[in-house]
Design a protein. Sequence first.
Length: 175
Amino acid sequence: MRFEVLRQFGVFMQVETRGTTGQDSRKFLLSKLQRMVASMIDYRTGNDLDLDVVIDLYRASTLGERRPVDDRERMGAMLRNANLVVTAWDTNLLLGIARSLTDFSYATYLSDLAVRVSHQRLGIGKELIRRTQQAGGPHARLVLLAAPAAVDYYPHVGFMQHSSAWTLGPGEFLR
């Protein structure tokens, strides 16, 4: 893989600069590492993807635990019906995906953000979000429901929590 050494360096830096005295240097070096990794990644837009490759990515990320990865028909429909899909690639390896629904004017619902566990903390997810927001249009609000494991991530990258969101799940009905 093209940036395996950089990824390992990033893990090393997280361990070696842990603690209060190394915070500034750690942030600087991790920021530099993220920029280097970003320059090596090919970001693409479009949902004409090999379903097996997408399912493999979901399984290699924490999102696979909460998506119907064993139901090919449903996963295929999810991918096919998304009208904004941004992906991150290292040559032929799919590293990340942002799967959204948007009207390109008022709202973009980012329903899936998945990055391989082996490639997390390198800025890939943040860049997928940035590109999704840009493609959604200059006036569209980016909306998402955070997975429990990712609740702390989104405020870190600039999202504001919204207290008045509701969901109605499958099998649940209006009263």
